[in-house]
Design a protein around this ligand. Structure first.
Ligand code: HEC
Ligand code: HEC
Length: 512
């Protein structure tokens, strides 16, 4: 804990709210917790593919990363991305776990979140040492892949937090979060409780989120109980696995050093060719750091859906602990890349009759049952994005336009009361066409005259190349809660098969 940011209960709860707040993103679709879920060991169960440095999907340099936001411009209007089009963009590395992050002097796989925290609004040093969590936390809210539209600034986010209803999108709030927002507390109220006055700043957002993260300590694993003297906390097989883990032959503990199960160094284990991701070298500029990645803590590793910085499965073919052990031993089809490989790696040997025990130890003895079960402090609300059926939900069928191409609707932002960030996009429409959004309180029936909103002049040129965005300021009046609305893009297109219009699918929203 850095001296500049002592832990207090008010700050912890505010940090927990912000961490699970989908309204922290520009389009209200992403919280920190969307990509960092405890039951997945603090990482992301939504495996999403990144094409790697060659930009081509489905070959060996692909990564399994985390899905973020659909690309949008400085005005929050949808924009096609060269790699992901109008789909959500995906990070180029797998998400690290958040529990245990408090111990690391530098964060991210390459350590680019530094111990010295610079306030992004003032440019001043805010924390001189031990502020890696704060440094890290100010990245995602401004990242136009993870949570933001392009050119988002802190003024926009702090102004938004001053007006939104905390946790308006989440349900099933844990008791501590529910108590904090009970009685209609606003974010300025919560910042006042944590910091003395209600001003919302980037530095205070970082201080609160980092404080919450510093309380996520998974220290009740079977291994912890065993070390504390409970001989029965680990099974005989796990005890054998633990002995293998720290044996001179296996050497695991020389990098994954207990009790944190990391020595906080950056090493190259020969997972993938260096030119796919230079890792630590890109941060330090040192040639010797090429292909090095942070030694991850192995606590809760058994809960992780993907392994390693690249998500493991693609290229390296690592699905589980047996595969990882095979990889370290270079057996059963697993190979390492020699360039700049750590000298400890080639000599690793796990005797064949100990592999199952070592895998059992890694998978089960390092898991804190509170993390696996989502028990305090590892409890959390349900995110809006997890609730089915989705709201907005895409229900109807499109009808084609010029070139027989069907316009596609983009509907991701939740329709909550008072939202200023609700928007509908369209793409695959006729370039340069004029389009409207048709709105109805009931499902559409043929030839009804409905409320048309717009016009939106579509960008792009040519059949199927048109795209555009329509924004809707939702009403504030609670009388609208529970109101249904059906919306569909109508693109004026004289070359459509019906001679006048093309239509997207229909979107059903229920205001809440
Ligand atoms: C779109 C998914 C996504 C969102 C949203 C997101 N993260 Fe992450 N997080 C990642 C990925 C991917 C990495 C690893 C990136 C890398 O190393 O280059 C990461 C790394 C981290 C780490 C580093 C842990 C370590 O051991 O080095 C922390 C801490 C963290 N995120 C916290 C947060 C916080 C706090 C927020 C919200 C302000 C957040 N994340 C939002 C995907 C996400
Ligand atoms: C030279 C240091 C070193 C040694 C020795 C070592 N590891 Fe690792 N380990 C790493 C690094 C670095 C990574 C991350 C590599 C990457 O993503 O490119 C890693 C990743 C892992 C992972 C994936 C963790 C995650 O969160 O995705 C597991 C599991 C693992 N090691 C187990 C072991 C076992 C078991 C041994 C002993 C047989 C071992 N390691 C020996 C450095 C080491």
């Amino acid at each position: 804990m850095p001296v500049e940011n002592p832990i207090t209960e008010e700050k912890r709860v505010l940090g927990k709210l912000l961490f699970w707040e989908e309204q922290l993103s520009s389009d209200n679709t992403m919280a920190c917790g969307t990509c960092h879920r405890f039951k997945s060991g603090g990482t992301d169960p939504r495996e999403a593919r990144h094409p790697g440095p060659d930009g081509i999907f489905f070959n060996l340099d692909d990564k399994l990363g985390s899905a973020g936001v659909i690309r949008s411009d400085a005005l929050a209007e949808f924009l096609s991305d060269a790699t992901f089009g109008f789909d959500v963009q995906v990070t180029g590395r797998a998400a690290n776990p958040v529990p245990m992050a408090a111990y690391a002097p530098e964060l991210f796989w390459d350590g680019r979140a530094s111990s010295t925290f610079i306030d992004p609004e003032t440019g001043q040093v805010s924390i001189s040492q031990g502020g890696a969590l704060e440094s890290q936390s100010v990245g995602p809210p401004m990242s136009d892949v993870e949570m933001a539209h392009e050119a988002r600034d802190w003024g926009q986010l702090t102004a938004k937090l001053e007006t939104v209803t905390p946790m308006a999108l989440a349900t099933n709030l844990p008791d501590d979060m529910a108590a904090a927002v009970a009685g209609g507390a606003t974010y300025p109220d919560l910042f006042a409780a944590a910091f003395g006055d209600g001003t919302v700043t980037a530095e205070r957002i970082a201080f609160a989120i980092a404080t919450y993260e510093r309380t996520l300590i998974p220290d009740q694993t079977p291994w912890d109980l065993f070390i504390a003297g409970d001989d029965d906390a680990m099974t005989p097989g796990q005890i054998a696995g633990w002995n293998t883990f720290r044996s001179g032959q296996a050497r695991c503990d020389q990098c994954h050093t207990p009790p944190t199960f990391t020595d906080h160094t950056f090493r190259n284990i020969g997972l993938r060719p260096i030119d796919e991701d230079t890792g630590r070298q890109a941060v330090t500029g040192n040639f010797g750091d090429r292909g090095r990645f942070k030694v991850p803590s192995l606590r809760n590793v058994g809960l992780k859906p993907t392994l390693m910085h690249n998500g493991g499965v693609v290229g390296a073919d690592l699905e589980d602990m047996r595969d990882v052990i095979d990889f370290y031993e270079e057996v059963n089809g697993h190979n390492q890349f020699n360039e700049n490989r750590d000298p400890l790696i080639p000599g690793i040997n796990v005797p064949g009759n100990q592999e199952a025990a070592l895998a059992d130890f890694l998978t089960n003895a390092l898991t804190d049952p509170r993390v696996a079960a989502g028990i305090f402090p590892f409890d959390r609300p349900t995110l809006h994005s997890e609730v089915l059926p989705a709201n907005p939900e895409i229900v109807g069928r499109p009808t084609p336009g010029q070139g027989l191409i069907e316009p596609t609707v983009i509907a991701v932002s939740p329709p909550n009361l008072g939202s200023t960030d609700f928007k509908l996009g369209v793409h695959n429409a006729r370039g340069g066409a004029v389009a409207y959004v048709q709105v109805s309180p009931t499902p559409f029936v043929a030839h009804t005259r409905l409320d048309w909103r717009g016009p939106v002049e579509l960008a792009g040129d040519g059949p199927g190349e048109g795209f555009g965005t329509w924004k809707w300021q939702l009403p504030h009046d609670p009388v609208f809660v529970g109101t249904d609305a059906y919306m569909q893009w109508v693109v004026l297109d004289g070359d459509a098969p019906n001679g006048h219009t093309a239509r997207s699918e229909t979107v059903h929203v229920t205001i809440f």
